[in-house]
Design a protein around this ligand. Structure first.
Ligand SMILES: [Fe+2]
Ligand SMILES: [Fe+2]
Length: 372
């Protein structure tokens, strides 16, 4: 076991300001929280989904649907004989701080997976369009496996989340279909990039694989990649979604997804350190992969290597930490400071939004292979 895993570093990071998860009820409460940074549940305009026409991308669509039907991961989300043994052997070696970060990672990943499951299921139930219905059935199938598989690992710690209760109790955010396309496309592709980056790192450094769940990430992330492909085709079928004022919406969503991930990941420095990664380097690797993939559909790309971009992301992180501290402080001063930091965050986000972007000509063929 790597020494870093047992490291008891005391850093000024967001998690120190958050409550600890010590029971199943705490885990569910954490999953229920809706903040700017936490994964949400969505609902949308189902009638608009019914009207989607995928004829312009029919050939690529049919190939993709055949892949879904082939279901090459149908036997993947089952634990092997070693799983329990590895959990028993490795978990006691984790420091309490790392354990909390890992649990937080599992809860937020489960909430995202389950969020997809609910949204795809709800769309399926509320529409008649046969193409989209079939797609939603397959994607909900995959996400339900993913969420269930993570929940099994939480149950090992007696922290299993009541998914039925979560579905009933968590609030839902309404998103117009086009926002669902941009945001969900990005979250599927960034999910792929996150899982594959972790998998490749631990493939190179198996001594840093402190939980067996990471062994599942390679085949798992291919599901996420394909989910992203589905939204890429839906968007490519309607060029209006990718031009005019929508170019600004695309910029907005890329930046929002990247910024949220950056701030959130920096609240788990020990988790990345235990894998031999640094949160900043890990995030920029994920941005790099995601940006390359997004060229299949988005006409604009953020300049993630621009010094002002990097400075802006760090500033957002510092503002988020200051906001958390103001929240802990409480009282009228704490409240006032929270307001000040919220305004600073909006301003910084606005400055990042105004940075020059790269234009990108869309390829003839949309679909890509997950080669990272
Ligand atoms: Fe998933
Ligand atoms: Fe997915």
């Amino acid at each position: 076991m790597n020494a870093a895993i047992a490291n008891d570093r005391n850093t000024d990071h967001v998690d120190l300001l958050m409550s600890r998860v010590e029971s199943s009820a705490d885990a569910t409460a954490r999953a229920l929280v809706n903040t700017v940074l936490s994964p949400r549940f969505y609902t949308t305009d189902f009638a608009a989904f019914d009207r989607l026409d995928i004829e312009p991308v029919r050939a690529e669509w049919d190939v993709m649907m055949a892949e879904y039907e082939g279901d090459n991961n149908h036997d993947h989300f089952q634990r092997d004989a070693q799983f329990a043994e590895e959990v028993k052997q490795l978990m006691p070696q984790l420091s309490p701080e790392l354990r909390q970060e890992f649990i937080d990672f599992l809860i937020s990943s489960l909430t995202s997976e389950f969020s997809g499951c609910i949204l795809y299921n709800e769309i399926r139930k509320n529409i008649k369009n046969p193409d989209i219905r079939q797609l939603m059935t397959y994607m909900a199938r995959d996400e339900s496996r993913h969420a269930g598989f993570i929940n099994q690992s939480l149950k090992d710690f007696n922290l299993g989340i009541d998914l039925g209760g979560l579905k009933r109790s968590k609030s839902y955010t309404f998103f117009k279909p086009k926002y669902i396309f941009y945001a969900t496309y990005l979250s599927e592709k960034i999910g792929y990039a996150r899982y594959i980056t972790i998998f490749r790192q631990l493939e190179k450094h198996p001594d840093k694989r402190f939980h067996p769940i990471f062994r599942w990430f390679e085949r798992w992330c291919n599901d996420e990649f394909r989910h992203g492909e589905s939204f890429a085709l839906i968007m490519r079928a309607d060029p209006k979604l990718l031009s005019g004022v929508n170019r600004l919406w695309i910029r907005f969503f890329i930046l929002a997804v990247y910024a949220t991930m950056y701030v959130r990941d920096h609240s788990r420095p020990l988790l990345h350190e235990a894998m031999g990664l640094h949160s900043t380097d890990y995030d920029y690797e994920v941005f790099r992969i995601t940006s390359q993939i997004c060229r299949q559909v988005f006409p604009v790309e953020l300049d993630i290597d621009h010094p002002s971009f990097r400075r802006g992301m760090d500033k957002l992180l510092q503002i988020s930490l200051a906001h958390q501290r103001a929240k802990v402080r409480g009282g009228p001063v704490g409240l006032l400071l929270q307001g000040v930091h919220a305004l600073r965050a909006v301003w910084t986000f606005g400055t990042l939004f105004m940075l020059p972007v790269k234009s990108n000509e869309l390829p003839q063929q949309t679909r890509m292979a997950p080669v990272w």
